[in-house]
Design a protein around this ligand. Sequence first.
Ligand SMILES: NC(=O)c1ccc[n+]([C@@H]2O[C@H](COP(=O)([O-])OP(=O)(O)OC[C@H]3O[C@@H](n4cnc5c(N)ncnc54)[C@H](OP(=O)(O)O)[C@@H]3O)[C@@H](O)[C@H]2O)c1
Length: 302
Amino acid sequence: MKVLLGGGTGFVGKHLRKLLVDNGYKVTVVSRQPGPDRLTWKDISRDGIPEDVTAVVNVAGENILNPLKRWNESFKQAVRSSRIDTTKLLADAIVNATNKPNVFATISGVAIYMPIHKYGYREVDTSPPYDFLSDLTHDWEIAAKLPESVKTRQVVVRSGVVLGRDGGMIRQIYYPFFFNVGGTITLSGAQWFPWIHVDDITGIFLHAIKNDNVTGVLNGVAPDAITNYEFTKAFAKEMWRLSHLPIPGFVMKGLYGSERAKIILQGQRVIPERTVKSGYEYKYPDIISACQNLAPFFEPKS
Ligand SMILES: NC(=O)c1ccc[n+]([C@@H]2O[C@H](COP(=O)([O-])OP(=O)(O)OC[C@H]3O[C@@H](n4cnc5c(N)ncnc54)[C@H](OP(=O)(O)O)[C@@H]3O)[C@@H](O)[C@H]2O)c1
């Protein structure tokens, strides 16, 4: 069983690659850079997907929250094309393949749901595009869509903030918390914080690849819906640290620009109804167990 994995060199992609290899899959990564066990996007564009591939997965995407990148038109274009064009390239390659893979699984984001504080979004819900990020997630999911005549099974995982010690948000906040200068984002931290442990976002992809009954959209969030305040308290407690220095919204807007800062300053309440119904069992269903894994001073034993 061979998986073609776009974005397999990133934070989520590296974890997913390892999980797949541990489960007996052969993985070929698609990257901008050539290397062993890799193809480049140009290779795919020229030659299509390799004949023996049984699953195609895409988790590629330029890091939106890179504070070193200014939020200007060229960066916004890179953010869009790194997700939409790579996904469309793989979708077109599947359409053109003689031997089609069994499954095409792609990542998307919960920014597709408009942050309305009281509303809990299930996978059947959608919001009309309302800003740059929601526009992006809509177009990203459209890019993944295969024509009905193609029998390859499709899964789209709408991911919340992915928590893992070696990447994403935790890597950015670990040292501020370690040095006791961590705190909620915004003074109240009342915004929802849709989150998932990296072992679960990758677990959901493995589940989607393995099980023929899994199709369509799955919300890639933990069942434990919490606010930024609840996350901050749980993380600080497991770090044995204080969380007494909130970061006001204007600081985030100054750092990231107001359009981009929305990712952090606003949040959606997202319910993984189809994910749970599909039979996926979470390793970290609640924020306490997740933070116990993320924050220890000593490396976890497993
Ligand atoms: N991390 C999160 O909290 C989170 C939450 C929701 C959704 N997601 C989505 O999950 C995906 C992976 O996130 P991540 O945290 O693993 O990101 P990451 O660590 O920054 O990795 C990004 C991956 O995308 C590829 N990439 C970056 N820029 C690219 C470009 N301009 N063109 C083509 N490929 C490019 C990189 O591959 P090469 O450098 O090898 O080409 C790398 O493998 C992204 O699409 C992201 O939007 C992540």
